[in-house]
Design a protein around this ligand. Structure first.
Ligand SMILES: [Zn+2]
Length: 220
Protein backbone atom coordinates (compact mmCIF):
# COMPACT_ATOMS: atom_id res chain seq x y z
CA UNK A 1 0.00 0.00 0.00
CA UNK A 2 1.43 3.41 -0.92
CA UNK A 3 2.28 5.91 1.83
CA UNK A 4 -0.41 8.42 0.87
CA UNK A 5 -3.15 5.76 1.09
CA UNK A 6 -1.76 4.64 4.45
CA UNK A 7 -2.15 8.20 5.81
CA UNK A 8 -5.68 8.58 4.40
CA UNK A 9 -6.93 5.34 5.97
CA UNK A 10 -5.45 6.29 9.34
CA UNK A 11 -6.87 9.79 9.42
CA UNK A 12 -10.31 8.72 8.24
CA UNK A 13 -10.30 5.80 10.65
CA UNK A 14 -11.64 3.48 8.00
CA UNK A 15 -12.23 -0.10 9.08
CA UNK A 16 -13.01 -2.89 6.67
CA UNK A 17 -14.83 -5.63 8.58
CA UNK A 18 -16.89 -6.31 11.71
CA UNK A 19 -14.56 -9.10 12.77
CA UNK A 20 -11.10 -8.04 13.90
CA UNK A 21 -8.82 -9.02 10.99
CA UNK A 22 -6.64 -11.88 12.26
CA UNK A 23 -4.31 -14.30 10.50
CA UNK A 24 -4.76 -18.08 10.64
CA UNK A 25 -2.68 -19.51 13.47
CA UNK A 26 -2.77 -16.24 15.41
CA UNK A 27 -2.60 -18.15 18.69
CA UNK A 28 -0.20 -20.95 17.80
CA UNK A 29 2.42 -19.27 20.00
CA UNK A 30 1.96 -19.09 23.76
CA UNK A 31 1.76 -15.70 25.47
CA UNK A 32 5.30 -16.16 26.77
CA UNK A 33 6.61 -16.91 23.25
CA UNK A 34 4.88 -13.77 21.95
CA UNK A 35 6.31 -11.66 24.78
CA UNK A 36 9.84 -12.89 23.99
CA UNK A 37 9.46 -12.10 20.26
CA UNK A 38 7.85 -8.66 20.78
CA UNK A 39 10.50 -7.80 23.39
CA UNK A 40 13.18 -8.48 20.76
CA UNK A 41 11.47 -6.42 18.04
CA UNK A 42 10.59 -3.48 20.28
CA UNK A 43 14.18 -3.38 21.51
CA UNK A 44 15.20 -3.00 17.84
CA UNK A 45 12.76 -0.10 17.39
CA UNK A 46 14.24 1.64 20.43
CA UNK A 47 17.75 1.08 19.05
CA UNK A 48 16.71 2.56 15.68
CA UNK A 49 15.51 5.64 17.58
CA UNK A 50 19.03 5.91 18.99
CA UNK A 51 18.23 4.92 22.57
CA UNK A 52 20.86 3.26 24.75
CA UNK A 53 19.40 -0.05 25.95
CA UNK A 54 22.26 -0.57 28.39
CA UNK A 55 20.95 2.39 30.43
CA UNK A 56 19.38 1.15 33.68
CA UNK A 57 16.20 3.12 33.09
CA UNK A 58 15.66 1.78 29.54
CA UNK A 59 16.97 -1.77 29.73
CA UNK A 60 13.71 -3.25 31.04
CA UNK A 61 11.43 -1.32 28.68
CA UNK A 62 11.26 -3.85 25.79
CA UNK A 63 10.10 -6.57 28.22
CA UNK A 64 7.63 -4.26 30.00
CA UNK A 65 6.27 -3.12 26.64
CA UNK A 66 5.85 -6.69 25.31
CA UNK A 67 4.16 -7.94 28.48
CA UNK A 68 1.81 -4.91 28.50
CA UNK A 69 0.78 -5.58 24.87
CA UNK A 70 0.11 -9.30 25.27
CA UNK A 71 -1.28 -9.46 28.82
CA UNK A 72 -2.99 -6.09 29.23
CA UNK A 73 -3.72 -3.77 26.29
CA UNK A 74 -4.48 -6.54 23.78
CA UNK A 75 -5.61 -9.47 25.94
CA UNK A 76 -8.98 -9.22 24.17
CA UNK A 77 -7.53 -10.51 20.90
CA UNK A 78 -7.39 -14.04 22.30
CA UNK A 79 -10.82 -15.76 22.35
CA UNK A 80 -9.69 -17.91 25.29
CA UNK A 81 -9.76 -14.70 27.38
CA UNK A 82 -13.40 -13.99 26.60
CA UNK A 83 -15.42 -13.68 29.83
CA UNK A 84 -17.99 -16.36 30.62
CA UNK A 85 -21.34 -14.73 30.01
CA UNK A 86 -23.94 -16.79 31.80
CA UNK A 87 -27.52 -15.67 31.21
CA UNK A 88 -30.52 -16.35 33.41
CA UNK A 89 -34.16 -16.98 32.78
CA UNK A 90 -36.15 -13.73 32.99
CA UNK A 91 -38.27 -15.14 35.84
CA UNK A 92 -39.67 -11.82 37.02
CA UNK A 93 -40.77 -10.97 33.48
CA UNK A 94 -39.02 -7.58 33.37
CA UNK A 95 -39.68 -6.35 29.84
CA UNK A 96 -38.83 -2.63 29.94
CA UNK A 97 -35.64 -0.83 29.09
CA UNK A 98 -32.52 -1.63 31.15
CA UNK A 99 -29.49 0.65 30.78
CA UNK A 100 -25.95 0.01 31.97
CA UNK A 101 -24.17 3.33 31.58
CA UNK A 102 -20.74 4.94 32.03
CA UNK A 103 -18.88 1.68 31.38
CA UNK A 104 -15.20 2.52 31.11
CA UNK A 105 -13.60 2.20 27.67
CA UNK A 106 -9.85 1.67 27.61
CA UNK A 107 -8.98 0.83 24.04
CA UNK A 108 -6.39 1.52 21.34
CA UNK A 109 -6.80 2.78 17.80
CA UNK A 110 -5.61 0.22 15.28
CA UNK A 111 -4.28 2.87 12.90
CA UNK A 112 -1.87 4.54 15.32
CA UNK A 113 -1.79 2.22 18.38
CA UNK A 114 -2.66 5.18 20.61
CA UNK A 115 -5.27 5.15 23.42
CA UNK A 116 -9.01 5.57 22.94
CA UNK A 117 -10.68 6.40 26.27
CA UNK A 118 -14.26 7.11 27.23
CA UNK A 119 -17.52 5.36 28.06
CA UNK A 120 -19.98 2.87 26.65
CA UNK A 121 -23.70 3.02 27.44
CA UNK A 122 -25.67 -0.11 26.70
CA UNK A 123 -29.41 -0.70 26.82
CA UNK A 124 -31.60 -3.72 26.16
CA UNK A 125 -35.16 -4.87 26.55
CA UNK A 126 -35.13 -8.43 27.96
CA UNK A 127 -37.15 -11.23 26.40
CA UNK A 128 -36.59 -14.75 27.84
CA UNK A 129 -33.05 -14.06 29.06
CA UNK A 130 -31.30 -11.57 31.36
CA UNK A 131 -27.59 -11.15 31.99
CA UNK A 132 -25.65 -10.26 35.15
CA UNK A 133 -24.96 -6.52 34.95
CA UNK A 134 -21.20 -6.76 35.54
CA UNK A 135 -21.00 -9.21 32.62
CA UNK A 136 -21.84 -6.35 30.25
CA UNK A 137 -18.89 -4.38 31.68
CA UNK A 138 -16.62 -7.40 31.25
CA UNK A 139 -17.68 -7.87 27.63
CA UNK A 140 -16.96 -4.19 26.88
CA UNK A 141 -13.54 -4.52 28.54
CA UNK A 142 -12.76 -7.64 26.47
CA UNK A 143 -13.62 -6.18 23.05
CA UNK A 144 -12.01 -2.82 23.93
CA UNK A 145 -8.67 -4.51 24.64
CA UNK A 146 -7.80 -5.01 20.99
CA UNK A 147 -6.44 -2.66 18.37
CA UNK A 148 -9.82 -1.15 17.44
CA UNK A 149 -11.89 1.11 15.25
CA UNK A 150 -14.70 2.63 17.36
CA UNK A 151 -17.39 1.74 14.81
CA UNK A 152 -16.29 -1.91 14.85
CA UNK A 153 -16.17 -2.01 18.65
CA UNK A 154 -19.80 -0.78 18.74
CA UNK A 155 -20.89 -3.42 16.22
CA UNK A 156 -19.04 -6.28 17.91
CA UNK A 157 -20.72 -5.43 21.22
CA UNK A 158 -24.16 -5.11 19.61
CA UNK A 159 -23.95 -8.42 17.73
CA UNK A 160 -22.56 -10.35 20.68
CA UNK A 161 -25.17 -9.04 23.11
CA UNK A 162 -27.96 -9.74 20.62
CA UNK A 163 -26.75 -13.34 20.36
CA UNK A 164 -26.25 -13.84 24.09
CA UNK A 165 -29.58 -12.25 25.07
CA UNK A 166 -31.45 -13.84 22.16
CA UNK A 167 -33.10 -10.55 21.16
CA UNK A 168 -32.50 -7.84 18.58
CA UNK A 169 -33.58 -5.19 21.11
CA UNK A 170 -30.11 -3.91 22.07
CA UNK A 171 -28.53 -0.45 21.75
CA UNK A 172 -24.86 0.48 22.16
CA UNK A 173 -23.56 4.05 22.42
CA UNK A 174 -19.87 4.81 22.77
CA UNK A 175 -18.37 8.24 23.43
CA UNK A 176 -14.60 8.56 23.46
CA UNK A 177 -11.54 10.68 22.99
CA UNK A 178 -8.88 9.43 20.58
CA UNK A 179 -5.29 10.34 21.41
CA UNK A 180 -4.43 10.13 17.71
CA UNK A 181 -6.75 13.12 17.19
CA UNK A 182 -5.75 15.06 20.32
CA UNK A 183 -1.97 14.48 20.40
CA UNK A 184 -0.93 14.22 16.76
CA UNK A 185 -2.28 15.22 13.36
CA UNK A 186 -4.94 17.92 13.92
CA UNK A 187 -4.13 17.98 17.71
CA UNK A 188 -7.71 18.83 18.71
CA UNK A 189 -7.92 18.46 22.49
CA UNK A 190 -11.67 19.08 22.83
CA UNK A 191 -13.46 17.02 20.18
CA UNK A 192 -14.87 13.62 21.01
CA UNK A 193 -16.44 10.84 19.00
CA UNK A 194 -19.84 9.20 19.45
CA UNK A 195 -21.09 6.04 17.77
CA UNK A 196 -24.55 4.54 18.06
CA UNK A 197 -25.48 1.02 16.97
CA UNK A 198 -28.88 -0.56 17.54
CA UNK A 199 -31.39 -3.12 16.36
CA UNK A 200 -34.94 -4.33 16.97
CA UNK A 201 -37.19 -1.97 18.94
CA UNK A 202 -34.49 0.74 18.99
CA UNK A 203 -35.13 1.37 15.29
CA UNK A 204 -38.23 3.10 16.64
CA UNK A 205 -37.46 6.83 17.25
CA UNK A 206 -39.33 6.95 20.57
CA UNK A 207 -37.55 3.92 22.00
CA UNK A 208 -34.21 5.43 21.01
CA UNK A 209 -35.20 8.76 22.60
CA UNK A 210 -36.09 6.95 25.82
CA UNK A 211 -32.55 5.53 25.94
CA UNK A 212 -30.91 8.85 25.04
CA UNK A 213 -33.11 10.67 27.59
CA UNK A 214 -31.71 8.50 30.38
CA UNK A 215 -28.15 9.27 29.24
CA UNK A 216 -28.78 13.03 29.35
CA UNK A 217 -28.74 12.82 33.14
CA UNK A 218 -25.18 11.56 33.29
CA UNK A 219 -21.82 13.06 32.46
CA UNK A 220 -20.52 11.52 29.27
ZN1 LIG B 1 -5.89 6.60 15.15
Amino acid sequence: MDKEKIEIIGDNHIGFSVDTPMVAGAFDKTDDQKITAIQHHFGKIMEELGLDLTDDSLSGTPYRFAKMYVKELFYGLNPSNKPKLSVFENKYGYNKLLVEQNITIDSSCEHHFLPITGHAHIGYVPKEKVIGLSKINRLVDYYAHRPQVQERLSMQLLKDLQNILDTEDVIVMITTKHLCVSSRGIKDKDSFTTTLEYGGCFKNDRKREEFLGILQHVAL
